[in-house]
Design a protein around this ligand. Structure first.
Ligand code: PMT
Length: 396
């Protein structure tokens, strides 16, 4: 358990206690700044272990490496803007940085800071970097901050952090039991949102960030697969060590899938593909004075890439589609999903409830998976990475 120097450090005591009461052994690594907010004796009493801070203590035990090597899970709560920047840069200038770098355990961060700091482009970029490396993120929540202000940036509640972290650990344990289980498999993944041009400067698009597709690529690569990612306007970096084919529109994605699918064993279509595109694309910027007070666009249907891929799949090749649905109830979601499965004809369909604040561009996801017959074969909830691993378990 890493604790960094923010006022929410006082709530980290409850996180430590939550793990301890559930029977887990907790080693606390508190930064010098964290100890300005919460006392070492409190953390030692609650964790029932000595608290580690100084890089130069117990050097004979090579503690800066041992703590990370021995950990099954690393939780950093609170994670300040500064600590997230250090994590993104891979800095090891204190014991916590060394511990994280020396560990292969899954890492969960619970960011806590003022809204302006969370929204700062530097923090946004740092979060994208660490998420693309597989770090799981819980929170922050919106609410009262330290001063009189309120907004996004409050650390997630201690019990939510504990529950989330244990789900991440459970998903990664299931994976590490079979860590190279996808070795030799060639997996083609689509991610992001297509854009349909209207004129040289405008397009019709959607809010897909590519996080779920990139998480699938990260997870598949970590399990030994050879991964190709067809990427449409990703807001997160693609992982190193995989082939990336950048596309813009649905037509470009179709062409990329058609050329790469024959060389793949598995196709996973996590991208949000535009169902329609403008019937004509203006060669020059559409001018307000030429259209008058309203503009009517004529749209034509795009080809359905998933349907075509499912129809042309060779025997043994697995095709997994996604279904993004706005449904009020679970029953309604399943009904929509089963109807979509009939239309798409793929091997599995990942049902994803979406809304203004669900599914698209979030760090977590809640999914159910249907097989060809419409049977529900999986329910999963957690970070997009842990959900990705659960989906990939269907292949092993
Ligand atoms: O990228 P994130 O911000 O992480 O968000 C993830 C996600 C919500 C985009 C992702 O989890 C998801 O649900 N992706 C599918 C989005 C979508 O287009 O759903 P759909 O129900 O409209 O399409 C169903 C399936 O058909 C999808 O696999 C889609 O890729 C495919 N499709 C759709 C239209 C089309 N013309 N061709 C297609 O192949």
């Amino acid at each position: 358990m890493g604790i960094t120097g923010g006022i929410a450090a006082y709530k980290a005591v409850a996180v430590v206690r939550g793990f301890v009461l559930l029977g887990h052994e907790v080693q606390v690594v508190a930064t010098e700044h964290a100890l300005r907010f919460v006392g070492k004796p409190t953390l030692e009493a609650i964790s029932r272990n000595i608290v580690h801070t100084d890089l130069y203590e117990s050097v004979a035990e090579v503690r800066h490496v041992a703590l990370g090597q021995n950990a099954d899970l690393i939780v950093i709560a609170p994670a300040t803007a500064n600590s997230l920047a250090k994590l993104a840069a891979g800095l090891a200038d204190d014991l916590l940085g060394n511990t994280v770098l020396a560990s292969r355990a899954p890492v969960v961060v619970a960011p806590a800071m003022h809204t302006e700091m969370w929204d700062n482009p530097a923090t946004v970029a740092n979060m994208a970097t660490i998420s693309s490396r597989g770090v799981s993120v819980v929170g922050p929540a919106s609410g009262q901050l330290t001063g009189s202000d309120s907004g996004l940036g409050r650390m997630a509640e201690p019990e939510d952090i504990v529950a989330f972290a244990l789900r991440v650990h459970a998903a990664s344990s299931a994976v590490s039991a079979s860590s190279a289980d996808l070795a030799g498999r060639k997996i083609l993944i689509t991610a992001g949102g297509t854009r349909e041009p209207l004129d040289p400067v405008r397009f019709l698009g959607n809010r897909s960030s590519g996080k779920q597709g990139v998480a699938l690529a990260v997870a598949a690569k970590s399990r030994g697969a050879t991964v190709t990612l067809i990427a449409a306007h990703l807001e997160v970096p693609a992982p190193d060590g995989i082939a990336v084919i950048n596309v813009g529109s649905a037509a470009e994605m179709l062409a990329a899938v058609e050329s790469a699918q024959p060389h793949s064993d598995v196709l996973i279509m996590a991208a949000a593909v535009a169902d329609f595109r403008p019937a004509s694309v203006s060669e020059s910027k559409i001018k307000k004075d030429s259209t008058g007070p309203s503009l009517t666009l004529e749209l034509v249907a795009n080809p359905d890439i998933l349907v075509a891929a499912a129809q042309s799949a060779r025997p043994g090749q697995v095709v997994i589609g996604f279904a993004a649905e706005t449904a009020d109830t679970e029953e309604a979601l399943l009904t929509l999903g089963r109807a979509k499965m009939m239309r798409k004809g793929c091997d599995y369909l990942v049902l994803n409830r979406v809304g203004w604040s669900e599914g698209f561009a979030t760090d977590g996801n809640t999914i159910s998976v249907l097989d060809r017959a419409g049977h529900r074969v999986l329910d999963a909830e957690g970070s997009k990475l842990s959900v990705a691993h659960e989906i990939l378990n269907l292949l092993s």
